[in-house]
Design a binder for this molecule. Structure first.
Ligand SMILES: NC(=O)c1ccc[n+]([C@@H]2O[C@H](COP(=O)([O-])OP(=O)(O)OC[C@H]3O[C@@H](n4cnc5c(N)ncnc54)[C@H](OP(=O)(O)O)[C@@H]3O)[C@@H](O)[C@H]2O)c1
Length: 295
């Protein structure tokens, strides 16, 4: 395997680093907050002192950071990934962001004689640990082929959708109905609660019906108020919805349902639930309805 660099050791990046190291990769890592790199270094990763150093010691550079602003920060041309020589390198960007961000980044990277594949990941930290993610990939065929052995250390499938940016568009397509689903579920459970139905009883029946999505069973404990592992947080869905709405509207797509879900996820963030698992939206919504209505 080629030498790998990985930028972004958050929830997802740390798990990906573990999979890469377990597969025997020569891995160099960098994280804005160096302390968060300690677990990966303890597992055998080298720690780059700077982003240009990481590029110099890698053939393929993976990035997985929060949002479009974080991409602008790590790929900057002053002291970021694009500050030094990059010819011949392959960058694989895996964050969930706007399509236009990736298209613009692709132009900057190609101008330096390097290549960009966007490969946002579907699936959370649990599937990542099991090597069961789905990569939604955009890029030239030869670059995607080059990225494949690396991606397959944590993915079960790589779906190549078209040129650079296509994987990112597909990721927004895929996450949009899920974000709206959580809002719909919050409204449904609030309705039942107002009539005295038990949250646990309603959830158990929904899980046992066609109204459940795949992720619902694992989210049920959080919906019922348990504090488990945070896989993806409320502010993360808020961030995704902003990217979906802006990207959709830029192409003439009205986004009324996504906009309604955004208001709700913003409300949950404002109420102090931003860093909780996304399913915390639901008990927040149910409780908010209960506290503001009488029957
Ligand atoms: N968690 C999931 O289930 C999941 C699943 C699929 C895709 N994703 C996507 O993967 C990406 C990362 O998610 P995550 O859950 O791993 O997030 P996370 O735990 O919050 O980690 C975010 C990472 O981005 C870095 N970062 C943020 N802003 C930055 C900036 N301005 N400059 C440099 N680095 C910055 C953080 O560095 P610091 O440590 O210094 O803050 C951290 O390494 C997101 O785009 C998310 O939508 C997540």
């Amino acid at each position: 395997m080629e030498r790998i660099g990985l930028v972004g050791l958050g929830r997802m990046g740390t798990v990906l680093a573990g999979r890469l190291l377990a597969a025997g990769a020569a891995l160099t890592v960098w994280n804005r907050t160096p302390q968060r790199a300690e677990a990966s270094v303890a597992q055998g990763a080298a720690l780059a002192q700077s982003l240009p150093d990481l590029v110099a010691s890698s053939d393929i550079v993976l990035t997985i950071v929060t949002d479009d602003d974080a991409i602008a920060a790590v790929y900057n041309a002053d002291d970021g990934l694009l500050a030094g020589p990059a010819a011949g390198k392959l960058f694989v960007e895996m964050s969930t962001v706007r399509t236009r961000t990736i298209e613009r980044l692709g132009v900057d990277i190609v101008a330096r004689g390097a290549a960009l594949v966007d490969a946002p990941l579907s699936g959370s930290v649990g599937p990542a640990r099991q090597g069961q993610l789905l990569a939604l990939v955009g890029g030239a065929a030869q670059d995607v082929s080059r990225a494949e052995p690396v991606l397959m250390t944590f993915c079960r499938r790589i779906a190549h959708l078209g040129p650079t940016g296509s994987g990112t568009t597909m990721k927004l397509v895929l996450n949009l109905p899920m974000a709206i689903y959580w809002q719909g579920l919050a409204e449904a459970l609030a309705l039942g609660s107002q009539f005295g139905l038990e949250l646990s009883a309603m959830l158990e029946l929904i899980v046992d019906s066609q109204a459940a999505i795949g992720a619902l069973r694992s989210k049920a404990p959080t919906i019922l108020g348990e504090q488990g592992e945070v896989a993806f947080d409320v502010t993360g869905v808020r961030k995704d919805l902003l990217a979906m709405i802006e990207t959709g509207q830029s192409m003439g797509v009205p986004m009324p349902a996504a906009s309604a879900a955004l208001v709700s996820f913003m409300g949950a963030t404002a109420a102090g639930h931003g860093s909780k698992d996304l399913a915390a939206l639901i008990p927040h919504y149910v409780a908010a309805v209960r506290s503001t209505t009488t029957r």
